[in-house]
Design a protein around this ligand. Structure first.
Ligand code: THU
Length: 132
């Protein structure tokens, strides 16, 4: 199954009763393994977790190491049921940057054919990557 079709499936699993904004994501590792994630909201709003971080944390749970993330695919559906291009939030960009290489590609869909691709280095230049 291609990544867009899988994202369409995952969108049904989002838990977004407050914002009604559903996001699905797939983390693709360098060895082509894939891990899905969806946004999960909470009535205690700040405890919400984004789809992208859920996908990446899913991959880490299954053994992914820093540098293993090759691609992150994102599909979002707004409250009107329309697919919209949603760029990853700042927190997700930081997590992607830490666990991928600079060349890792972020694929942002509006449809199967309408997809924008950026490297993580484009989306988060001068990333913080060290405690030194
Ligand atoms: N959201 C994501 O899942 N990914 C992002 O990069 C930005 C926002 C979710 C969080 C919340 O459930 C909803 O979208 C509206 O902000």
């Amino acid at each position: 199954m291609n990544h867009f079709d899988r994202l369409r499936e995952l969108i049904d699993n989002c838990y977004a009763p407050y914002s009604k904004f559903r996001v699905a994501s797939i983390a693709v590792l360098e060895d082509d393994r894939t891990y899905g994630g969806v946004n999960v909201e909470s009535v205690a709003y700040p405890t919400t977790m984004c789809a992208e971080r859920n996908a990446i944390f899913h991959s880490v749970t299954e053994g992914a190491k820093p540098g293993d993330i090759a691609e992150v695919h994102i599909l979002a559906v707004n409250g009107e049921g329309e697919c919209v291009k949603a760029y990853p939030c700042g927190a997700c960009r930081q997590v992607i940057a830490e666990l991928s290489r600079n060349a890792a590609k972020i694929h942002i869909y509006r449809s199967r054919e309408d997809v924008t691709v950026h490297s993580i280095a484009d989306l988060l230049p001068h990333a913080f990557d060290s405690l030194e």
